[in-house]
Every structure is written in C-alpha cells, then in structure tokens.
Design a protein around this ligand. Structure first.
Ligand code: ZN
Length: 159
C-alpha cells in the first residue's frame, strides 16, 4: 500500500495529500469482537432485546454477535463493530463472563443458576437441561432458551 492517491501520475499523485483509500475504514473480519478480537457467535435480536438493560431504541435491526471471552467486557456487538453492549448494559450477569459465580443464571427463563446445576445430582442436572429443552420447544421462552441451553450445558460440564 502506498500513500499515493488515485490521481494519475501526471497529475502529481506522489505529492497529493489525499489518502489513497478515500476515507474507508480498514476492513473488518466478520464475527470478530472489536474489543478482544475473538470469534463471536450470532444471536437473535430478540435475545439481545430480552437481556439488555438499555433502551431498546438503541437496538438496531441487525444480527448481533455474542462475545464469550471471559475477560472481555463486550457481551453483544453489531456486525460492523460500531455498536457494543458491555456487561454493565446487560440485565443479567452472563455466565461466560463470570463462570465461577454460583448465583449467575445459566437459564434466564426458568431461573436456574450455575450453583443449582452444580449442586444437583446427575439426574437432576438432566432434568434441568430437559426443562430448558422443553422451554425451547413449547415454552414461553423460545426466544432466549437457545442461549440458556448453551449456558446450562457448559455449567453442567464444568461441574
Ligand atoms: Zn470480546
């Protein structure tokens, strides 16, 4: 990449002060968190709306991405990386950001905490995961249970 602009050489492009890339941002890699640079996964807009503590007017009609890097403050961000929601802007504590907290909800819908799941016998754990699965299929919480399921499975494994 040179500092020349797009003017032809006879127009003196070597001394032109315009940047060659007319105000374009450097290209972003899709699905990568603008804060920590790790790959994130897409989440449904409804999930974001359900969990954010900020005005929903700020939520745009895009497919947000979820950063699960424990040390990264960003929870959700827009695909263009311009909008981020941090842990302070999410109503519930996020399991991936605080995996050692016993009172963090693995399932937001039925209020199962990580501590509940860890303390449960293996049959009870299965029942909790079943409960969440049922919620995905028939319950009122089909919107965010996909997230809960992932959290619960991780919590189960971690226990
Ligand atoms: Zn991140």
């Amino acid at each position: 990449m040179t500092d020349t602009c797009c003017c032809p050489p006879e127009a003196g492009n070597t001394v032109c002060e315009l940047p060659a890339q007319n105000f374009q941002r450097p290209p972003r890699v899709a699905n990568v968190c603008p804060e920590c640079g790790k790959t994130a996964r897409p989440v449904q807009g409804q999930t974001v709306k359900a969990l954010l503590s900020v005005s929903l007017r700020e939520v745009r009609d895009v497919e947000y991405l979820f950063c699960r890097t424990q040390t990264c403050p960003v929870v959700y961000f827009s695909p263009d990386g311009e909008q981020t929601f941090t842990v302070e802007q999410v109503r519930e504590r996020v399991y991936q950001k605080a995996p050692d907290a016993e009172d963090v909800f693995a399932c937001y819908c039925f209020r199962h905490t990580v501590g509940d799941i860890r303390a449960a016998s293996s049959e009870s754990r299965m029942a909790i995961v079943d409960d969440i699965n049922t919620g995905i299929n028939v319950g009122p919480c089909a919107v965010i249970c996909e997230i809960c399921k992932v959290h619960a499975v991780w919590a189960t494994c971690a226990g």
